[in-house]
Design a protein around this ligand. Sequence first.
Ligand SMILES: [Zn+2]
Length: 418
Amino acid sequence: MHKKLMLALCLFVWPAAAQTIAIRAGNLVDPAKGTVSKDQVIVVENGKITAIGAGVAIPKDAQVVDLSKQWVMPGLMDAHTHLTFEEIPGKAPFEAMYLKQSTAFRSLQGVHIGKVLLDAGFTTMRDVGNEADYACVELKKAIQKGWVDGPTLQCAGKIIGPFGGQSKGMPEEVGGFWLHEYIDAETADEVRKAIHQNIYYGADVIKLATDNSDYFYTEEEIRAAADESHNAGRALAVHVYGGRAADNVIRGGADSLEHGFALTVEQLKMMKEKGVYLVGTDFPEAHLAGLNPSNETLADAKKLGDQIVERLKNANKIGVKMAFGSDTVTGMPGRTRADMVFDYLAVWKAAGVSNADILKAMTTNCAELLRVNKERGAIAAGQFADIIAMPGDPLQEIETLRKVNFVMKNGKVVRAAK
Ligand SMILES: [Zn+2]
């Protein structure tokens, strides 16, 4: 009886004692420097890294995680994702999603996709809208409460844009059905009001879509959005492909251009000069073709795929700050969302970006753009313990990222190495 009680007490106190974790990291990758340090010890207490180094002693009560044969690095980030959005397959128009799927369904979809991406190594993600009526915000709350495992999220709420959201040419009598996903804002004042509304409902980042139609925001309207976002401590991300709309976005003070497939060398130079981020969402050609595989779109996919590689090559050469962003919203048979996100690595390689710079775009740079670099994006004392590991060196072979087999988020092991 007495022994049983002792055992029960031991089991009861064990989790508290296990709050200190010591990781033996055989090869520690520093994406900011592109270097590897051998045989490091990382001490994690209450979700944060408290000590790191070759000579660091393992605390007496620590739970030891042995990654001595692995390559260890900070958790991956994606600055342009849509966890609560997957295009309906077949010939359904883009708008079908808003009409056929409820906000509740979209949140639950986000639970599934978020877990898939977390297990693949993505510990922080910026969701840039298309979340119905704040489905991502609700998902974020569930993750914060610990009800479900998912990445640390930043959500945009509704996408702000000129009339019509990203829908096209629907009959007038259908009404503004897109308002479940978008806020129509036609003037600087309306943009400010839309930003307030999003922040009220839980947005961490502000997302504008400017050139989805022939009309787009002026430089002054973008500046109003940037000022309002920055005053509220949030970054401004703007969906734009190129042309005069992109000039306005760059000059108006946005923090990042999302997509930017048609950006010219002059525009990329202006971005470099102003320190504006490119979140290129560099779609692989196969994904573009998969959206609608008719002969016509296959040719279009090839053309756009080539254009994306060329633009990425130019941005890299000019030295534009780049943060990794996937924008994967399609499904392909037998492939997970994570498989598809890792397909982008081949595009970055084709554009001549070094493995070190790709890793930086997926960690350090994303952390800066997301304004979380003081707490995430590096393995250093004081940072949250977002740590992943894999059985090879991603600096030598970037595709090794597909083999991530250990994931820790906020100090909690969500996937243990086998
Ligand atoms: Zn997107």
